[in-house]
Design a binder for this molecule. Structure first.
Ligand code: GAL
Length: 339
């Protein structure tokens, strides 16, 4: 197990390696997931779709691999009331706020610390978000730890404390494509243990309805090829040209599985969060990187979190962080590879 560090253009990249030749690359800028490579048939296969440089992250970004916070997803009107106080956030998508209003965690330079043990290597990124940052109340001390284990497995562990009640619902915005070829994700199979999804309006806002997935392309309990979703006549899938939807996990496991078309790679994501937002890269504008770009439907972002806009929707759960109950959450990514 080892960690290699590379400094480039003021950014610090960490390459975590195990004896299995898996390589997990993360960067201190936005505490981003940049790459995960594992050997498939003796050759390293890239599983993560991301830009590589600061310029990629700043301009073509679309939140590639970023730690999104303090609050992922959209907030109606950028407004909420907490303990009787009204707050107004920056509205960066029409009248609404997306991913905390821009210039949030994804563009901050985090502090870093490394940990090594016999069975794992880890990098912890930390960031102090001052009271009033992005108009949120409370001084928040935040840590996110990427740990690589022996067998094509890593975890993302989030920890936060606050000195005043605030909203907190971070996620990782990693995009995956298990082809290793750059082809789109339509032949990937996606499985989610969710029996409800949040219905969206034309502005991408949850309407407040949590709909039953049964009989719809949103029923992924047994898994389904994404091309069925892209070709479906379901008005919600047509409106978004795929998925850009929050799924609410059922009472059992909180698991998402993504299987490559050649069936050689299966990514299993398990989480203690209530929900996952699936975004099938239905880009209006194709993000351009310094080297290459990402096609429409070229990847799928799998964002574990609690339901977005929970503060404004009855029955959507809790995204309030209070001084007496620190935030502690883990999402696990396991790659099963047929050799
Ligand atoms: C997703 C969001 C999408 C899109 C994307 C970034 O989380 O739901 O609508 O904005 O981020 O391109």
């Amino acid at each position: 197990m080892q960690i290699r560090k590379i400094e480039s253009n003021g950014l610090l990249y960490f390459i975590l390696m195990n004896d299995n030749h898996d390589e997990l690359t993360v960067v201190n800028y936005g505490a981003r997931l940049v790459s995960f490579k594992a050997n498939v048939n003796g050759r390293p296969r890239e599983m993560v779709v991301s830009g590589q440089t600061k310029d990629d992250f700043d301009h073509g970004s679309k939140y590639f691999g970023a730690t999104v916070g303090r609050v992922a997803g959209r907030i109606t009107g950028g407004a909420f009331t907490l303990d009787g106080e009204d707050y107004q956030l920056r509205q960066n998508e029409g009248d609404n706020t997306l991913h905390s209003g821009g210039d949030a965690f994804e563009w901050k330079t985090f502090d870093h610390a490394e940990t090594k043990s016999k069975n794992s290597v880890a990098v912890t990124f930390s960031y102090h978000s001052p009271d009033g940052e992005n108009e949120f109340p409370g001084n928040v001390d935040f840590k996110v730890t990427y740990t690589l284990f022996k067998d094509s497995k890593f975890t993302i562990h989030y920890e936060a404390t606050t000195d005043a009640p605030t909203l907190f619902n971070p996620t990782n915005h990693g995009y995956f494509n298990l082809n290793g070829t750059g082809f789109d994700i339509s032949r990937h199979k996606l499985q989610i243990s969710a029996d409800k999804f949040a219905v969206l309006d034309e502005d991408n806002m949850p309407t407040g309805e949590l709909a039953d997935v049964t009989g719809r392309p949103f029923d992924l309990r047994q898994g389904r090829k994404l091309k069925e979703v892209f070709a479906s006549s379901d008005p919600q899938a047509i409106m978004k040209q795929g998925f850009d939807h929050p799924f609410l996990f059922g009472a059992g496991d909180h698991v998402v599985k993504l299987t490559s078309p050649d069936q050689l790679v299966q990514l299993k994501i398990s989480t203690d969060r209530d929900a996952v937002v699936i975004f099938t890269a239905n880009f209006g504008e194709i993000p351009m990187f310094e080297e290459g770009n990402v096609d429409f439907h070229g990847a799928v972002a799998i964002e574990t979190q609690n339901l977005p806009d929970a503060i404004n929707n009855e029955g959507f759960g809790d995204t309030i962080l209070r001084p007496e109950t620190p935030f502690d959450s883990t999402t696990t990514y396991e790659f099963k590879i047929e050799q």
